[in-house]
Design a protein around this ligand. Structure first.
Ligand code: CTP
Length: 401
């Protein structure tokens, strides 16, 4: 089998230094890189350091005749299995969205017939600008995939979305595009979002879950190469790339969709399932002047996590639940493992602004260990959890051999 290769376009941003680490990580995974360094990019990293790591010449100028004689820009853009833009600046994305081709990087992006992965990096205001949003949406429509940006402190001193994804995450996304992640060949089932329990055709009981953490986990598992089924209650979130989404409303529908998705190697229950539903759903809208409602009688919903955890042939090898706690997080998490019959609990302290917020601070509780993770973005929690899942599945396989 010939060696896998990426064409790495390094744009002009302070995050360019992380692309050097990306080249190293890819090389470690057996993936060679060939680099295009933009004029702006060369202000942040030198062709010498990039070339030393790729072990190849670094391409910089569309009109460099030597480059064209050795390898034309069309050939350059197609000699790779994947094209990666890291950092993807607002300018590079705007050019690619518009189909401009006035330098080597934009020309390669227009000429390629290979999957393109972008790792955006820019100031939070630039990322949130309507023009950038429009460009990202257009690029997504054109089939471009994205990794990041992350949430956090920026080199410019501001705070928000716009930090380039970490090299490990970008490398993971590249390997997934190459069909080569550590979860390749595995099926992961993830539940996310709230459930919605109808009182009548227009009214319902639900909760404030945004679905962000579950969606991030589904995306992170897919980035590691897993086939992912995301059973989701109503959220306003886009379908993460590479993930099969099954949309449901009620807890009972969510359970049925999960059971239909089995077998799975791992199930991660992140959904905020409504604990109760109205005992009866009225077929017609309840009129306040005619019937009125004294009280809505509630009955308990099935517990999806506990059901999936039940021993049996169809039980996923690893079942993970979430717990929302405000006190005694560790003790409650341990009790929840026993009560639900699952293998791990990711416990979050929801006394702060976790519900609907961008960050999370969790404790990963397994049957024999407890690991407190520092506060980080929900995406970072997702990636760390996905890596832990991959490690656990590999370890259990080794044990069985
Ligand atoms: N869960 C589920 N089905 C339910 C209820 C919960 O799958 N009907 C899952 C959730 O997706 C989550 C975990 O179980 O993984 C949460 O357990 P739950 O008992 O609801 O705990 P908390 O939300 O933490 O609340 P409490 O401590 O009050 O039980």
């Amino acid at each position: 089998m010939s060696e896998k290769r990426v064409l790495l376009i390094i744009g002009g941003g302070i995050a360019a230094y992380k692309s050097l680490e990306l080249i190293r990580l890819l090389a470690k995974a057996g993936v060679a890189s060939r680099a295009i360094l933009t004029k702006a990019g060369a202000h942040f990293v030198t062709p010498l350091s990039v070339g030393a790591l790729t072990g190849d010449r670094v391409y910089q100028d569309l009109f460099d005749l030597t480059d064209e004689a050795e390898m034309g820009h069309i050939e350059l853009s197609r000699s790779a299995d994947v094209v990666v833009v890291a950092p993807a600046t607002a300018d590079l994305m705007a050019k690619a969205a518009a189909g401009l081709a006035n330098d080597l990087a934009s020309t390669a992006l227009l000429a390629t017939d290979k999957p393109v992965l972008m790792a955006p990096a820019m100031n939070v205001r630039m990322w949130e600008h309507a023009a950038t949003k429009r460009n990202v949406a257009r690029l997504r429509e054109d089939g471009v995939q994205f990794v990041g940006p992350d949430h956090g402190a920026m080199a410019c001193g501001e705070f928000g979305d716009g930090r380039m994804a970490e090299p490990e995450a970008i490398a993971g996304a590249v390997l997934a595009l190459l069909g080569d992640g550590p979860l390749k060949g595995r099926h992961a089932l993830v539940t996310a979002g709230p459930t919605l329990e109808a009182i009548d055709p227009v009214r319902f009981i639900s909760n404030r879950s945004s679905g962000k953490q579950g969606y991030a986990i589904a995306a992170a598992l897919a980035d590691l190469g897993a086939a992912v089924t995301l059973v989701s209650g109503p959220t306003g979130l886009p379908n993460p790339r590479g993930v099969t989404r099954v949309s449901v409303e009620s807890a009972r529908d969510m359970l049925a969709a999960c059971e239909a998705a089995l077998p799975a190697d791992v199930a991660i229950c992140v959904a905020a399932v409504a604990d109760w539903r109205p005992a009866q759903t009225a077929d017609e809208k309840i009129k306040k002047d005619k019937q009125g409602v004294e009280a809505v009688a509630l009955v308990e919903n099935p517990d999806i996590l506990a059901t999936l955890s039940r021993p049996g042939k169809k039980r996923p090898k690893l079942v993970v639940g979430f717990a929302a706690e405000t006190t005694d997080v560790e003790a409650h998490a341990r009790a929840k493992i026993a009560k639900k019959g699952c293998d791990w609990i990711v416990a979050n302290d929801v006394s702060g602004d976790v519900m609907g917020g961008a960050d999370n601070e969790v404790l990963l509780m397994t049957k024999d260990s407890a690991e407190a993770w520092p506060r980080m973005s929900k995406e970072a929690v997702a990636r760390r959890l996905a890596s832990a899942v991959a490690a656990s599945l590999h370890a259990s396989e080794r044990k069985r051999r």
